[in-house]
Design a protein around this ligand. Structure first.
Ligand code: CU
Length: 492
């Protein structure tokens, strides 16, 4: 039996066992064809289902650079998904897509039981996301339901100057109760966003995505396209109204820190994970819309290609390989990668104060008093110094232990109620704090179990099953490699 036919049999049997779908097994053949070279070696080969190098560095397969997703090429793009944020509906009127934006105060649940009052669009903060196609004419009907004057700026759009939304310079402010209509035609595809261009509504969270899709998906096509929008808010203890405006009155960070770092209007661990299938090509787009905080955004387990930014989609020649990306204020980055490393992976801002809800000093009193908290409490007048004023946090509304917030059973039930978290390790939330979310890369059968089935799943089952299967993945990869080597040698 040749390695090739062993390979085929193996893929068929694993497909039958539900490890790989028949479609995914067929897609293997494509990668093998790419790997056909005269000088075959393990590090010139890229596998869709196993972490692999795919070099040489200027080749199409290097770290999966141009390895397509599982969808055929030549189709319209997959619709984007923004976890925890609804898509904005539109109507077709006068040959254009009409969107209605009700700008209003919005209450947002940062995590179970902790609410924040912000400004949003159509009941959501960040605002509902808009997705259109290159060449569309859009009419954005803005209804100002705030007590503040606003304008909206369309960040990245090439539009007529009087629609640019800069008060004074291009337009007059839109007063409370007024409606304003913006109509133009989209001439650039890419990752854009809208935001208020008057300081108070802007720092109260008034922003949202606009994705302009090409008519045919960019090559290589992705199977899923996720949106993350990150923001910062200041909340004093026992308050719900964001203190972002007052934040500007002092440079003393002890009193008004930007202490909440959100992704799509939630903080870890209440951010909803991105879920995808092993072997898919994934795009993740990130917008940083904080007033003051750069992000050092990190994706564990995967390097990825940067394929675009808030200017436009980039040509292949300028794509960059990264493991973390500094996302500056009002910048966006598009990441792409082949999801070939199964498991539950953290995606987060590496800046320490952003990894912690309410900017709590990392270890609290214990960092200064060791394990003996009583010694710390008995000596309040002469505490060792810390870089933040702990008094600010030592009051109701900020319960916290060494690792995490002290979750109540009700809060835990709410955290764990999401379908996207089925079968994850029971204490997963200990490691997902502040500006953090997760991506779950699941083999087809586990994906279906988590996302499409109503079968009960024991806590930890999915995470542990992936670890249990590691020898299987290893064996599949080695067989795939042997088949590719065989093919390369026989073609010499
Ligand atoms: Cu802008």
């Amino acid at each position: 039996m040749t390695a090739q036919s062993t390979r085929r049999q193996f893929l068929q049997s694993t497909a039958a066992a539900g490890v790989l779908s028949a479609g995914a097994a067929a897609a293997h053949a494509h990668v093998q064809a790419d790997a056909e070279t005269d000088d075959f070696d393990e590090f010139s080969y890229f596998s869709r289902y196993y972490p692999s190098y795919g070099g040489p560095e200027d080749s199409d397969t290097y770290m999966g650079k141009l390895v397509p997703g599982l969808r055929p090429t030549g189709l319209p793009p997959v619709p984007v998904i923004q976890p925890d944020i609804p898509r904005m509906a539109w109507t077709w009127e006068d040959g254009m897509k009409v969107f209605r934006l009700f700008v209003e105060p919005v209450r947002r649940e940062l995590y179970p039981g902790r609410w924040i009052d912000l400004y949003g669009v159509n009941g959501s903060v960040p605002g509902e996301f808009i997705e259109v196609t290159l060449g569309d004419t859009t009419r954005m009907v803005l209804h100002n339901h705030l007590a503040d004057p606003i304008t909206l700026h369309w960040h990245g759009a090439e539009l007529p100057v009087d629609l640019d939304g800069v008060p004074g310079v291009t337009t007059r402010p839109i007063l409370p109760g007024e409606t304003f209509v913006y109509t133009w035609r989209w001439k650039t595809a890419g990752t854009f966003f809208y935001h208020a261009h008057i300081a108070l509504p802007e720092i109260m969270g008034l922003a949202g995505y606009i994705i302009v899709q090409p008519r045919v998906a960019w090559d290589p096509p992705v199977d899923r396209d996720f949106l993350l929008l990150t923001q910062s808010f200041a909340l004093l203890p026992a308050n719900t109204v964001a203190n972002n405006y007052r934040r500007h009155e002092t440079t003393d960070t002890r009193f008004f820190p930007w202490n909440w770092q959100t992704i799509n209007g939630r903080v870890g661990p209440y951010t909803t994970p991105l879920v995808c299938k092993l072997g898919e090509r994934i795009r993740v787009r990130i917008v940083n819309y904080t007033p003051l905080a750069p992000r050092s955004f990190r994706f564990n387990g995967y390097p990825y290609w940067i394929t675009g930014n808030e200017g436009a989609h980039e040509p292949f020649s300028s794509w960059k390989l990264r493991g973390s990306t500094k996302v500056g204020i009002a910048q966006s980055w598009d990441w792409e990668f082949i999801a070939n490393n199964p498991g539950d992976w953290l995606m987060h801002d590496e800046i320490m104060q952003h990894k912690l809800n309410h900017s709590q000093p990392p270890m609290g009193p214990r960092s200064r008093a060791g394990d003996d908290i009583s010694r710390y409490k008995a000596n309040l007048e002469d505490r060792p110094p810390a870089h933040l004023n702990d008094d600010l946090y030592d009051r109701p509304g900020y319960p916290r232990n060494l690792y995490q917030i002290n979750w109540t059973p009700e809060q835990l039930a709410k955290l764990n109620a999401k379908r996207e978290l089925r079968g994850i390790r029971p204490n997963w939330y200990m490691g997902v704090d502040g500006c953090s979310t997760m991506i779950r890369v699941l083999p087809d059968d586990l994906y279906d179990l988590v996302m499409n089935s109503d079968e009960p799943v024991a806590p930890g089952f999915v995470s542990e099953e992936i670890v249990r299967r590691r020898p299987l993945y290893e064996r599949m990869y080695l067989e795939e490699l042997a088949a590719a080597r065989n093919k390369a040698q026989s073609s010499r």
